[in-house]
Design a protein around this ligand. Structure first.
Ligand code: ZN
Length: 96
């Protein structure tokens, strides 16, 4: 039996969103499905991580490592923000 968090038993690594602080288990998956069919709680999340070098625009950032884990609903908001700035997320399919 895994650890009990928020009334649910989780097996394996639990990942929490750094934005909304909720578990990164997809909302569409019920407790029963995870427990009885899958036997575990799948986590779906995006990790944004990189480190700043010595020539960063803001010298205070030099050598800092920044990391943010986000659940899919929060990722969709971040993606929308990037696109609102005129940016683009490069999307591919790892099965292709
Ligand atoms: Zn979130």
């Amino acid at each position: 039996m895994g650890r009990k968090i928020e009334g649910l038993y989780y097996r394996g690594k639990i990942v929490f969103c750094d934005i909304c602080k909720k578990s990164c288990r997809p909302l569409s998956l019920t407790d029963e499905y995870c427990e009885e069919v899958l036997g575990f709680d799948p986590m779906e999340y995006m990790t944004m991580k990189d480190s700043w070098g010595y020539f960063s625009e803001n010298p205070n950032r030099d050598t800092e490592v920044h990391k943010c884990v986000m659940c899919q609903p929060c990722y969709e908001k971040v993606k929308g923000f990037i696109e609102s700035l005129g940016g683009k997320i490069n999307i591919s399919n790892y099965l292709l």
